[in-house]
Ligand binder design. Structure first.
Ligand code: ACM
Length: 264
């Protein structure tokens, strides 16, 4: 069994240190094998230009202050922490997720499906969907709007992911319910960690985030859910092996019954 959890908070735009402090406070005394933070938890979400965002971004190799702090916190919690973060690469910025252990960043995923004005700020992700081993489980990463593309969760599940860690800054309705279907059709666990609150830019653009972070089972059961607003941590004990049984009936295996030759 693994203790997994969602850690919901409202990142402060442009204040990496404040966000590290908020996460540190939230995780005081918490022990868990896998924790998931929201999307862009270092930087906040709304920026007018890549130049505005760049000072609050950092490399994906763990050499910056945010991932280094999470690595220290992973040592305290005794497990892995998955976070969304603004990643600075040689040729531009990515909206990325990192899986961080006490040893540093284990895996970086760059968001495949950019949402709305993210297309101004970020390069389209180029990592693709992979799974990796952690504490006897296989973990896969996707970010927020990736939920609208069933290929994201499907590709992760086909790559062996038993638990999908899904840092988010959700603004559209339906993700929390749509993820039930993503779990049912792939028989995987999913931890969607959302933020809450509102961000407003000087030009009047404003987004309100929907909170309600959740942990779902391969049977689509909601094992835990945070409120629509407010800091929250919800921890659940899960058996990742439950995601290995793809049977819906005695004669229907969701993966064995696929007909890829007819999908082209
Ligand atoms: C989103 O992808 N942050 C809506």
């Amino acid at each position: 069994m693994l203790t997994v959890g969602t850690v919901q908070f409202a990142p402060v735009r442009g204040d990496v240190e404040a966000n590290i402090a908020a996460i540190t406070q939230l995780l005081a005394g918490v022990r868990a094998d896998l924790l998931v933070l929201p999307e862009l938890a270092n930087s906040g979400y709304l920026y007018a230009t890549p130049e505005d965002l760049a000072p609050h971004s950092e490399p994906g190799d763990g050499s910056g202050p945010f991932l280094a702090a999470l690595s220290r916190l992973a040592g305290q919690t005794g497990g892995m922490i998955v976070t969304g973060f603004a990643e600075r690469a040689a040729h531009g910025l990515y909206n990325s997720a990192a899986a961080v252990s006490a040893a540093g960043a284990v895996q970086v995923y760059r968001k495949t499906h950019l949402f709305l004005d993210e297309k101004t700020l970020f390069l389209p992700g180029d990592t693709g969907f992979r799974s990796f081993e952690h504490a006897g489980a296989r973990i896969g990463l996707m970010i927020c709007f990736d939920w609208y593309f069933p290929e994201s969760a499907r590709t992760l599940a086909l790559a062996g992911a038993q638990i999908i860690a899904h840092p988010s800054n959700l603004v559209l309705p339906h993700c929390q319910t749509a993820m039930v279907t993503r779990c049912l059709e792939n028989r995987v666990f999913a931890i969607t960690t959302n933020r809450y609150g509102t961000e407003t830019l000087a030009d009047g653009r404003s987004l309100t985030f929907t909170g309600a972070s959740q942990v779902l089972s391969p049977r689509g059961e909601r094992l835990a859910q945070a409120p629509v607003s407010g800091d929250a941590i919800a921890l659940v004990a899960v058996d990742p092996a439950l995601a290995d049984d793809k049977h819906v009936t005695a004669r229907n295996d969701l993966f064995a019954d696929r007909r890829p030759a007819l999908y082209a």
